[in-house]
Design a protein around this ligand. Structure first.
Ligand SMILES: Nc1ncnc2c1ncn2[C@@H]1O[C@H](COP(=O)(O)OP(=O)(O)OP(=O)(O)O)[C@@H](O)[C@H]1O
Length: 233
């Protein structure tokens, strides 16, 4: 199986300015390879560095050392760890899909537009993009009356479903899922499990943090243990 994500030798420390600039290492020599159609779950105790690793894979944090190789849909390979801010934005546009627990949106943009945006940004005509966005929102049981409203006032679970629809509406080679079912009821949790299975079937590589053990068990092909550094040392 060919890899879509290959990260190696990743290191990340934080500088604690409130404690006299002391350096706190969180990751050292972290490595992860994920193939097309595979889902890897990050596990490990609270504070071990799972979210930090996810942020590195998303290009939110710069790595102190290491490589994050990504295979784009045209077969070319990019190193996210060496990418310029402009290249990071381009990779998020066409290669890295992301679903976080919390929705960050531009104020006053309706939910339907929030979900359709990754498609229109790729050149899909507006009407088709909105139709695909609406179909996904329906599948996630978001009431139609909410589609035209900005999600700022939505409940936690409604916002999470908008976030999920935005993440799954376009076909990214790599999907990063940070607690994608945290605020969902059992019915919508099943929808998310089906969306993950479909993404795997079309050849996406997925990395997720799933605190819901049943969800993790059902979607993950492998579990990567992230061990706390100070205990590991
Ligand atoms: N921006 C930051 N500045 C300083 N320290 C940070 C920062 N982000 C994370 N840390 C620290 O790095 C360590 C790892 O945090 P991280 O959020 O990656 O853990 P986690 O495994 O995702 O934990 P949880 O399961 O509780 O979400 C923690 O000790 C945390 O306090």
């Amino acid at each position: 199986m060919s890899w879509t994500l290959r990260a190696e030798g990743l290191a990340k420390s934080f500088t604690l300015h409130l404690q006299g600039g002391v350096e706190m290492p969180v990751l050292r020599g972290a490595a992860l390879e994920v193939g097309a159609g595979e889902c890897v779950a990050l596990s490990g105790p609270s504070g071990a560095g799972k979210s930090t690793l996810m942020r590195l894979l998303q290009g939110n944090y710069g790595a102190d050392a290491g490589r994050i190789l990504l295979r784009r849909s045209d077969g070319s390979v990019a190193d996210l760890a060496q990418a310029s801010p402009r290249e990071v934005i381009a990779l998020r546009h066409d290669t890295i899909g992301h679903v976080s627990q919390f929705l960050r949106v531009i104020p006053r943009v309706p939910a339907l537009e929030v979900v359709a945006e990754p498609l229109t940004a790729r050149g899909v005509p507006g009407e088709e993009a909105r139709a695909r966005a609406a179909a996904l929102l329906h599948r996630l049981n978001l009431p139609e009356r909410l589609h035209a409203l900005p999600p700022a006032t939505f409940s936690g679970g409604e916002q999470q479903r908008v976030n999920l629809a935005r993440g799954f509406v376009a076909e990214y080679p790599l999907m990063l899922l940070d607690e994608p079912t945290a605020s969902l009821d059992a019915v919508n949790r099943e929808v998310v499990i089906a969306l993950i299975d479909e993404a795997k079937a079309r050849g996406a590589a997925l990395v997720g943090i799933f605190h819901d053990v049943e969800v993790r068990h059902r979607v993950a092909d492998r579990v990567l243990e992230v061990a706390p550094l100070r205990e590991a040392a």
